[in-house]
Design a protein around this ligand. Structure first.
Ligand SMILES: *[C@@H]1O[C@H](CO)[C@@H](O)[C@H](O)[C@H]1NC(C)=O
Ligand SMILES: *[C@@H]1O[C@H](CO)[C@@H](O)[C@H](O)[C@H]1NC(C)=O
Length: 216
């Protein structure tokens, strides 16, 4: 009987009861499965990394920041004559106008003008030609601007008291401007960005110097 059984099962069963060739393929299958789990892990880690890269890219690189348009700290009085009794003044300012672009791409702007006012009345203007503030940099427009109370067509503005301001020794001026342009990202994405300037300058008449410059 035992011999007959041997004939029915020509391949000797192994310790776990499976025929030898099946066991070998099982080991191979198990190895393949482990390899696949390992690769799935790699792919998952890589995907998470990619998502992080995209999120950082979107938040940092693709974010459109508003450029800053202002009169820089280097503002200087080059010439100043005043007559409190008239009252009137003539002044030449060296105005470092700045367009600060903190985007990861250039800001291309259209031609505009910066208007200087005293007591709400225009006393001078500077033309800003169209240009470009490069990737993370500041465009410097160094202008010389002539300001005169004689530029006010209606004479002395009601918004200030020029005679007493000149007597007290300080003149408060304002510079305003509006700029339109486009921020360019990755050479293809363009976003319109309009920016404004609103600066207040205090000029010391007796020392013919700039006491303060403040921009909003
Ligand atoms: C300002 O300039 C105008 C024109 O050049 C002149 O007539 C006027 O007297 C000047 N005023 C002062 C205070 O210098
Ligand atoms: C203008 O400048 C002079 C000299 O620096 C100074 O003595 C004077 O106090 C200043 N005037 C004002 C109104 O601050």
């Amino acid at each position: 009987m035992a011999d007959k059984n041997q004939q029915v099962y020509p391949i000797a069963p192994s310790a776990n009861g499976h025929p030898r060739s099946d066991e070998e393929s099982l080991v191979a299958k198990e190895e393949k499965r482990k390899k696949m789990i390992k690769w799935a892990g790699y792919i998952a880690a890589f995907t998470v990394f990619q998502v992080l890269v995209i999120v950082v890219f979107a938040l940092v690189v693709m974010k459109v920041r508003t450029p800053k348009f202002r009169v820089g700290d280097g503002l200087q009085v080059k010439a100043l004559t005043s007559e409190p009794s008239v009252p009137s003044f003539n002044m030449t300012l060296y105005a470092p106008i700045r367009v600060k672009n903190s985007n990861f791409g250039p800001y291309k702007y259209d031609a505009t003008a910066v208007t200087f006012t005293y007591g709400g009345a225009t006393v001078g203007q500077v033309a800003i030609p169209k240009g470009k503030a490069s990737f993370k940099s500041t465009k410097k427009i160094n202008a010389e601007v002539f300001l005169s109370s004689g530029s006010i067509p209606s004479g002395i503005p009601s918004g200030g008291n020029l005679g007493s301001d000149l007597n007290s020794g300080t003149l408060t001026l304002n510079s305003k401007g509006a700029m339109t342009g486009k921020v360019e990202l990755m050479l293809i994405f363009k976003k319109k960005k309009a920016i404004t300037m609103d600066c207040t300058m205090v000029i010391n008449v007796s020392s013919k110097s700039v006491q303060s410059v403040q921009c909003q």
